[in-house]
Every structure is written in C-alpha cells, then in structure tokens.
Design a protein around this ligand. Structure first.
Ligand code: NAG
Ligand code: NAG
Ligand code: NAG
Ligand code: NAG
Ligand code: NAG
Ligand code: NAG
Ligand code: NAG
Ligand code: NAG
Ligand code: NAG
Ligand code: NAG
Ligand code: NAG
Ligand code: NAG
Length: 812
C-alpha cells in the first residue's frame, strides 16, 4: 500500500473509535506443533484457550500426549493428546516440568459405566474429532463421545458451554485431584495433596479447593479455590472419593494394586480428602430426556477463598451468553493490546504479516498473571502478579503496558520486602527457577533508566537489587543442581564476590553465570547512579560488571577465531583440557554454560561492546565472527529441544542470542543487522502450527518477533534502542500513557527494505540507535528511507558502551 494521507487517517480513526478488530488476525495455534506435524515435541509448548491480557485464569483443555517428554504438556493443550479435563490455571509456552492444569476441573462424559473409572483419567479421557478451533477469547473442541466444548472467559472466570448429543447420558465430572503430570520420578513433578468439595442443594452450584505441590519450580503446597455454577440444575449429583494412588511421594497414599473405583457419597454433600489425602470430586448428571442438550457452566477461581471465587462470577460474568463473554474479551484485547501497535490493514495489506504481528503480540500478553487482590500470603495494597517465567518481555511492556508494568515491578519489590528476594522465575506464589543470574535486577534497571517512577518505591527497589548482589541465598538443594540456590538470588555469589568470576571447580554454569552476574551488576550500577542509589556503589558495581573479562582467554581458538570465555579454576588457572567453545555437554544445570555454547555466550556483553570488540580483535574480526554465527551447519552442539533443528551456531530459539543479530550496529553496519535478523525471522517464524522456533518461553520468543517487525531492538538496562528495518510502511505505536511513535517506511516491500537513511522527528539522523527520551516519552516520528540495495547509512557515533571498563593487560 502506498502511504497516502488517507491510509493514515483510516488508522487513526480505528484508534479513536475503537471499532477496528485486530483480534481477527490472531492465530492462537501458532507454535502448537513441532517439526513433526500433529505432535507437540519441539514446538512452542503453547497454551490454547480463552484469556484476557495477563488474565489471572487461562481456561483450556488438559490433554495426554503420545510423547509427553520435553514440556509438551506444559500448556495443557497438545495437538495429539486425549482430553482429561477443562481447567482454569495454565502457563503458556514454558520449558521444564508442567505447572498447574488445576482449578475447578470439569470433564463432560456420556457414560460412566465400566470400564470407565472416574478416578482413572486413562479410562474416561476422550480423543478429539477434527482440529480444535480457537480465536481470541474463544475455544472449541469436539470430543469423540459427541460432546462439543466451547469456552470463553474473563479475568477470573471460565465460561463453558457443553453441547451433548440429544440421546446420550449427560455427566460432568469434577475431579479435584486432577493436575498436569510430568514423567514420574523427576524432582519437579506436580502432585495433588488434598482438597474439599461442597455441593449446594439444587444441583447448580459447587465450591471447594484443591492443594497441589511441586511443578516446574518445585513449589510448596498451593491452594486453589473454585466455585462452579451450572445454568440448569443437575437431576442427580453426588460427591465421590477414592484412594490417592501412587506415584504420590511423601504424602499418605494407597500404594498397591490397581486404581480403585470411586465411591459415591449418597447422604452428604461435602467431601474432605482427610489424613490420607484421598482423591475427591463430584459427578453431576442430567436426564437424557432433559429439554436442552446444552449445559452452560461458569467457574470462578480464587487464591483467597471459595466465596471470592463465587463473587468473581457475579461480578465478571453475570449472564449465560457465551458470545457476550467472548465479545468482552475481544474488546479488551483490542483496546488494551492490539490497538497499541497499529499498521495498515486495508485490502492491500499482507495478511500473513498482520497475523504474525498480532498473534505474536497476543502471545506476549498471556503471562505474567495479574493476581491483583489475590495474594494469599499476606495482605497488601501492592499490585500482585505471579507466573514470571522469563522476564524477557518487559521492555515491550514498558512502552505498551505502562500501568501493568508498573504493577509488575511493584510486585517484584514486594516479594523482596516480604520474602527476602525478588524472583528470577516464580509461579504458584513461590520463587524459582533461577537459570543464570538474578535477572529481576535487569528488569528494574531497564525501567529505572527509562524513568519509570509512578508508585514504585525505588529506595526499596534498589535495596532489593543490592540484596541479590551481596547476600548469598540459602541453598534449596534442587536435585538438578545441589551446589547452590536455584530458587532466587545468585547461588554462586561467594566466588563472584571473592574472585570476580565463577570458578569451574566450585560453581556450576561457571561461564554462563559469570556473563549474567556481570550484566546484573551493570544493572545495579545504573540504578546506583540515580537518586535511589549511591555513587560509591555505582563505581563498585560498574567494576564488578567487568567480571566476564576475567574468564576471557585470548589463546583459545575455534573455527579460525581466537579469544573466548573459558572455564577458569579457583586457583586462577584456566582449564583448557578438552575445552571446545562449540560444545557444552548436556548444556544444563551442571554444565559450564546453560542452554547455549560458549561461542554464543561470548557475544553477550551488551553493556561493554567496546571491550568485547577489542578482545575479539577489532571491528573486522568481530564482523567475520558474527558472520560465522549465521553460517549454516557450523554448529556442533545439539541443543535438543532448545535447538529447534537449527544448524547455525546462532540459535534464535533461545534467549542468550536474542540480541546477537543486531550487534552489527556496533560496527556501523546496521544493514547486516537487517540482513541477518530478517533472514532468521523469515526462516523460523511463520503463521503455521510450527511457526515458532522452540518454546515460546512465556512470550519471550514472540516479543523478539514483535521488535523485529517494528524495526527496533531494545538494549536492556540501557535507555537505548537499535535501529534496523520495519516490516510495514507505517506503524503507530503507543508509548507510555499518552504518546504515539509513528514509524514510516514509504515504498517498503519484501525486496525494498534496505535502509538508505533515517529521519527522527523530521531531522536527518546519523546514528543507528536512539535514546529512550528521544522518541519513547513524548512520542515522535521515525522515517526510514528504504531501497533495494544495502547501504551503510550511519555516520554518527556508535551505540554506547556505558559499562566500559578497561582492566588493562590481564596477561591471558
Ligand atoms: C492421570 O492421573 C494420575 C494421577 O491421578 C497421574 O499420575 C497421571 O499422570 C494422569 N495422566 C494424565 C495423562 O493426565
Ligand atoms: C487416545 O485415546 C485413544 C482411544 O482410546 C487411544 O488409542 C490413544 O492411544 C490415546 N492417545 C493418547 C495420546 O493418549
Ligand atoms: C519423544 O520425543 C523426543 C523428542 O522428539 C524423542 O527424543 C523421544 O525419542 C520420543 N520418545 C518416544 C517414546 O517416541
Ligand atoms: C430424571 O431421572 C430420575 C431418575 O433417574 C427421575 O427420578 C427424575 O424424575 C427425572 N427428572 C426429570 C426432570 O425427568
Ligand atoms: C455467537 O456469535 C457467532 C458468531 O459471532 C454466531 O454465529 C452465533 O450465532 C452467536 N450465538 C449466539 C447464541 O448468539
Ligand atoms: C506476505 O508476507 C509473508 C511473510 O513475510 C511473505 O512470505 C509473503 O511473500 C508476502 N506475500 C506477498 C504477496 O507479498
Ligand atoms: C519506601 O519504603 C520504605 C520502607 O520500605 C519507606 O521507609 C520509605 O518511606 C518509602 N519511600 C517512599 C517514597 O514511599
Ligand atoms: C575492581 O575489582 C577488582 C577485582 O575484581 C579489585 O581488585 C579492584 O580494587 C576494584 N576496583 C574498584 C575501584 O573497586
Ligand atoms: C577440567 O576440564 C575437564 C574437561 O572438561 C574436566 O574433566 C575436569 O574435571 C576439569 N578440571 C577441574 C579441576 O575442574
Ligand atoms: C563508525 O563510524 C563513526 C563515524 O563515521 C566513526 O567515528 C567510527 O570510527 C566508526 N566505527 C567503526 C567501528 O567502524
Ligand atoms: C495524559 O493525558 C491526560 C489528558 O491530557 C493528562 O491529564 C495526563 O496527565 C497525561 N498523563 C501523562 C502520564 O502524561
Ligand atoms: C593459553 O593461555 C593459558 C593462560 O595463560 C595457558 O595456561 C595455556 O597454556 C595457553 N595455551 C596455549 C595453547 O598456549
């Protein structure tokens, strides 16, 4: 589309009236499959269902999977599994073990006769017919038993509609002991450990709670309250119970023999799991002659009480019209998320690109979960959020979701205030899992240097960061790495303080965590410089942020390049025995690097690119080395599910490399950033079920694509954005509370995208980067002149290296 005044007007009108429906471009199944069609392994591990932005609940189906290894069950939904329940709590696109798959579970059944056993999900689970349907705020699945499930939801409520075949029995099973399982025996598999259910006379209402332990972050018991409501009274209803059979560890179970049948309570309406933490549930049945074959159900979920779960239903979904619930969800997504990035949507627009943009924007807004008013641990006025898995989407939230984002940061600080540490990951109200550094430090610094203030107590915020940097967290003895805390803080802090780097003979992940602790201390230095900090601290942490230089060994060579980070021992000697920067063994908790090889980690020093480029041998060698990252078949390490079949050393499927394609900006060659980042995006992202290169990581991967499509990339912990090239001729981005950034690229096409020059707020711009204040506070304009040949257009200063520390000649 040519950029006429008319097209701009159309975009603006859409925003003003709120009439435009961007939700139509969202394909919720992107990332639902891996490379083998019809299966989930190696895919995005995504959740599919109905939720609001950052919804407290994410209702959807839970399934089995033919091959449940490698996190495929984590989102509940799989392409090939059979349905075991509809539940309210899910995480989205995560690795590791499952969490949740709990919260007011329901399962529609048309028979309960033997061999069906209500306590054995393998006997009542249902294959699906055809492919499920989903759109924003709506999900539909057809079961082999003839029942069609449709669902939608609000912030704390799931709204279901079950259509039974006319002549069959109609039952809905509520199995409080249901959860998403991991392969048994792992340290972080999830377990049901007790609950209660209470039926109200009349057959329309039930309340209760279930308690579950474990899951991804090896969480303590968490209790989830539910309130279920049916639109028509069940003709028969009863609670039921049965032994809690193995494999439940550490709690009382019945451990021998087959799973017994459930026993029904024919006199009372209440069931309590009791000292043997029995499995409990209820069965609701409607006569087959009942006039309507549709049964509507609403389920509220609360972390506080059954009464609150019921109150959510009345407050949020006071009617029985599924379309109304869905329309409210669509309106909220359009208003609060999709309208924040507007591109031309007329007949000439490329629908595939629209789908990529809005689907990935959708998937960046599913986590963390908004639990405002739902903190079960203590009473607080602070906004409350849970389900932080990667903290990678925050720079985007800074622009698009300033009030949610401020709330998230206040919640992180409140966690430190009351529980001692901010999380690196957190779910079910419990910190963990920490893979590398204490990366909430980076989040706070990113917000701070971009001047987010609002209701954030930055004195406390900085104190929370200092805690990470100075106090060793207690060891939670995670079976996957017993050497130090994987729960919070910096588990290898002792060596960091003593040596300035992590030693291979003492510390696991010594190379990757040295890189991350360096970045974390740079983050501290940036907040310490401001009014909440202290200038002495600023110098101290800046110095500490150079720790990565102590493990840079200049005589290590690989693929013709010299100088890599390398394992170093506590006696100061490097350990080069069999050392190959292209490998990392199992690349997990006990390896020298986590989920990436030293080749990749050797590029991740965003705060001091100046030193890094010098250590790599200057701009020309740096460029060749970057080029090598994108060469097909150069990789030697199999990263399994984290590699998504990628053969370059560069791995777009995982966070350590997110910034790498853009590093050409640091040598005045942003055209190569455009070339490589675009090539990677085109190769690995699309609108198919296999359209994500690996797990979405709670939206992290999706946010990478959103930045790619708008032509910017944030340098986290600095108020800096790198320029590359946008995917649309015109883009309006809502920045902060009131402002708009307009990006234009007249004549842009799939062959005509090479930047020839840039104007910022109407002035010719000579840098391939800009400062937050220059466009992201009051908005402004960014005009890209594009052509069909690459051009080295930048002539101004390089992007900054504010963490530059010259340690002189270290002798190695
Ligand atoms: C079925 O339930 C049991 C626990 O009751 C659990 O161990 C098992 O993994 C479940 N299977 C699936 C596929 O959900
Ligand atoms: C689903 O159920 C069908 C029929 O009961 C069974 O053949 C199949 O193995 C099940 N699939 C999975 C992944 O559990
Ligand atoms: C399950 O999938 C993984 C990854 O694709 C594969 O390595 C493994 O062999 C599969 N297991 C089975 C039993 O098919
Ligand atoms: C439903 O069936 C039960 C017996 O199963 C019967 O007692 C009851 O009257 C029936 N109710 C209706 C509305 O048909
Ligand atoms: C709900 O909306 C869909 C399409 O938006 C329509 O086909 C359907 O008839 C509506 N159902 C009701 C009950 O209004
Ligand atoms: C639309 O965009 C997609 C994704 O970038 C691209 O593959 C396709 O060629 C484009 N279609 C047209 C007609 O330009
Ligand atoms: C920040 O919190 C501390 C205590 O945690 C309190 O003393 C201080 O007054 C607060 N500052 C502001 C600006 O609210
Ligand atoms: C910087 O750190 C090194 C050790 O890593 C230490 O020897 C030196 O004194 C520090 N300098 C400052 C100014 O803190
Ligand atoms: C040195 O590296 C080799 C090869 O990885 C390893 O087997 C050995 O344990 C390391 N030595 C020390 C002291 O950690
Ligand atoms: C980048 O360009 C600027 C301005 O022309 C120049 O001062 C600087 O030396 C160049 N740097 C590199 C690494 O090419
Ligand atoms: C946003 O605009 C409104 C109305 O013009 C104004 O009252 C408010 O202060 C502005 N907020 C910010 C953060 O600029
Ligand atoms: C590389 O340097 C380290 C540290 O100075 C030294 O121990 C090692 O022997 C050197 N290796 C080679 C091959 O020169």
């Amino acid at each position: 589309m040519k950029p006429t005044a008319r097209s701009v007007v159309v975009v603006l009108l859409g925003a003003a009236t709120g009439q435009q429906d961007w939700s139509q471009y969202v394909q919720p199944f992107i990332g639902s499959e891996g490379s083998i069609p019809g299966t989930g392994a190696g895919g995005g591990d995504i959740w599919v269902g109905a939720s609001l932005p950052f919804g407290s609940v994410k209702f959807g189906i839970d399934t089995t999977a033919a091959n449940a290894s490698q996190a495929v069950l984590n989102g509940g939904w799989t392409p090939d599994g059979n349905v075991t329940a509809i539940t309210g709590l899910h995480v989205h696109g995560t690795g590791g073990a499952p969490k949740y798959g709990v919260g007011g579970p329901q399962m529609p059944l048309t028979s309960i006769k033997s061999p069906i056993n209500l306590l054995d999900n393998s006997t009542y689970s249902q294959p699906r017919i055809g492919h499920d349907e989903a759109s924003v705020g709506y999900f539909k699945s057809q079961l082999q038993n003839g029942v069609t499930i449709e669902l939608s939801g609000s912030r704390h409520v799931g709204h279901m509609e079950y259509s039974f075949p006319a002549s069959t029995e109609k039952h809905i099973l509520v199995d409080v002991s249901h959860y998403l399982p991991a392969p048994p025996g792992g340290p972080s598999d999830q377990k049901y450990v007790g609950g209660e259910i209470h039926l109200q006379p009349g057959g329309k209402l039930y309340t209760g709670f279930g308690t579950y332990i474990g899951g991804w972050n090896i969480g303590p018991p968490m209790t989830v309250y539910f309130c279920g409501n049916f639109d028509s009274p069940a003709d028969k209803y009863s609670t039921c119970r049965g032994y809690n059979t193995d494999p439940v560890s550490r709690y009382q179970t019945y451990s021998n023999g087959p799973i017994p049948q459930a026993t029904f309570n024919l006199v009372g309406l209440d069931e309590v799991s009791g000292p043997m933490n029995d499995r409990i549930g209820a069965l609701f049945s409607w006569n087959s002659s009942a006039s309507s074959s549709k049964i509507g159900s609403k389920v509220g979920i609360s972390w506080i009480s059954e009464a609150k779960a019921c109150a959510f239903i009345n407050a949020e979904v006071p009617h029985w019209d599924l379309n109304t619930t869905r329309q409210m969800a669509v309106d909220e997504w359009n208003r609060d998320v999709f309208s924040k990035i507007q591109v031309p949507t007329g007949p000439e627009a490329n629908e595939t690109k629209l789908q990529m943009l809005y689907s990935n924007l959708y998937q960046t807004h599913l986590m963390p979960s908004d639990r405002i008013g739902e903190n079960p641990l203590w009473e607080t006025e602070e906004p409350w959020f849970d389900d932080f898995y990667t903290l990678c989407t925050v720079s985007l939230y800074h622009l698009l979701q300033p009030s949610y984002y401020e709330g998230m940061i206040r919640a992180l600080i409140e966690m430190w205030r009351r529980q001692g540490y901010m999380p690196d990951g957190r779910s079910g109200n419990y910190n963990g899992y920490t893979q590398g550094g204490s990366n909430a430090d980076n989040v706070l610094a990113d917000a701070y240097v971009k001047r987010l203030r609002g209701g954030i107590n930055w004195t406390d915020g900085y104190a929370a960061m200092v805690k990470d940097a100075e106090v060793l967290p207690f060891n939670n003895f995670d079976p996957s790495d017993m050497t130090g805390s994987t729960m919070q803080g910096r588990g290898a802090l002792e060596d960091w303080l003593k040596l300035g780097w992590l030693a291979e003979d003492v510390d696991t992940r010594c190379v990757s965590r040295t890189v991350e602790y360096s970045a974390n201390d740079f983050a501290l230095s940036q907040v310490a410089r401001g009014e909440a900090g202290d200038p002495t601290d600023a110098a101290k942490y800046l110095n500490r942020s150079a720790g990565w230089q102590y493990i840079w060994l200049s005589n290590v060579t690989s693929l013709g390049f010299s100088g890599f980070m390398a394992p170093r021992l506590s006696n100061g000697m490097f350990n080069t025995t069999d050392y190959d920067p292209l490998g990392c063994g199992s690349c997990e908790g006990l390896s020298i690097t986590n989920e990436g090889v030293p080749w990749e980690y050797s590029f991740t020093v965003a705060h001091d690119m100046q030193s890094l480029i010098a250590k790599m041998g200057g701009p020309e060698t740096f460029e060749k080395r970057l080029d090598k990252m994108f060469e097909p078949n150069a990789a030697q390490q199999s990263l399994g599910v984290n590699g998504a079949g990628i053969t370059t050393i560069f791995n777009i499927g995982n966070e350590p490399d997110f910034a790498t394609p853009y590093l050409y900006n640091y040598i005045n060659k942003s055209w190569k950033s455009v070339q490589n980042s675009r090539e990677q995006a085109n190769l690995h992202f699309n609108t198919s079920y296999n359209g994500l290169p690996g797990n979405s990581d709670a939206g992290a991967l999706n946010s990478w694509l959103v930045w790619q499509m708008i032509g910017l990339f944030p340098v986290v912990t600095q108020p800096v954005y790198l320029l590359h090239s946008p995917w649309f001729e015109s883009i309006s981005i809502s920045v902060g509370l009131n402002a708009t950034l307009r990006i234009t690229a007249p004549g842009l096409s799939d062959t005509n995208f090479w930047v020839q020059g840039v104007k910022l707020n109407g002035e010719q711009w000579d840098r391939n980067w800009f400062n937050h204040d220059e466009l992201m506070v009051n908005g402004g304009t960014l005009e890209f002149a594009v052509g069909d040949e690459p051009k080295q257009w930048e002539t101004g200063p390089l992007p900054p290296s504010p963490g530059h520390v010259d340690l002189g000649d270290l002798g190695f």
